[in-house]
Design a protein around this ligand. Structure first.
Ligand code: CDP
Ligand code: MG
Length: 223
């Protein structure tokens, strides 16, 4: 049976309500999928590098390594028929602006490539990624992920999700001039505080920095 690797990136892991909503909607959209293993982890550099090795040398690669290490991520494996393509469909297009508004990236993504989650793009890559995360992150597929994910949803679903639109607006304002970056960064940090109840301000400031960092890629390339 086909398997795929799902990683909730730091934007969706630190924003606890977003993570809970994303898992809930994935369970609803893919009710036949088996969830195998569930792990919250701070991605070590060597795992970030290997996980994203296919993008090495691309203009966004350094940003991507930085972003995935900003805070914790949540990892699980989904198993089911045609699950690779079906999970990517639920997630939506890579860029938040291009993702359908009812996809998870369209609903909860902040901007550009700050896009909620990673999902394997084809079965052969899924196999490689799953093997990597089993080896380097001790993701344990013999563990039933379903219960753990439901416990996560129950714990965090009530956490407010209030900042998505406001942060998107701040990013647009920032991209108009690319000035006063530190002011925009503190504004985003302030908004994240309510959504990220168990993270310190300094950690949220690092996430805000990575969000603006993705905007900087727009300025520095013609993506
Ligand atoms: O995640 P997905 O497979 O949809 O996209 P990808 O092409 O494999 O790129 C990996 C990740 O890099 C994306 O999810 C974005 O977070 C980021 N990215 C970006 O920020 N800017 C780009 N031009 C391309 C990718
Ligand atoms: Mg990809």
């Amino acid at each position: 049976m086909e398997q795929t690797l799902l990683i909730l990136k730091p934007d969706a892991t630190m924003r606890r309500g977003v993570g809970a909503a994303v898992f809930e909607q994935i369970l609803n959209a893919l009710p036949d999928a088996k969830m195998k293993g569930f792990l919250e982890i701070a991605v070590p550099f060597h795992l970030a590098e290997k996980h994203y090795a296919v993008h090495e040398g691309k203009f966004f690669y350094p940003w991507l390594l930085q972003f995935i290490q900003v805070g914790n991520v949540l990892a699980t494996v989904l198993e089911g028929e045609d699950i690779v393509a079906r999970l990517r469909e639920v997630l939506g297009a890579t860029f938040v602006e291009k993702a359908s508004p009812d996809s998870l990236r369209g609903k909860y993504g902040i901007v550009g490539g700050v896009n909620v989650a990673h999902a394997s793009d084809e079965p052969a890559n899924a196999e490689k990624e799953i093997a990597l995360w089993q080896k380097e992150a001790q993701l344990d597929l013999s563990q039933d992920g379903f219960e753990a994910i439901n416990a996560y949803i129950a714990k965090w679903l009530e956490t407010p999700i209030v900042a998505t639109e406001q942060i998107r607006q701040i990013c647009q304002d920032y991209a108009r001039e690319y000035l006063n970056r530190d002011i925009y960064q503190s504004e985003i940090t302030e908004l994240l505080i309510e959504e990220c109840p168990d993270w310190m301000e300094a950690e949220l400031s690092t996430l805000a920095n990575a969000i603006l960092g993705n905007m900087d890629l727009d300025r520095d390339s013609d993506r």
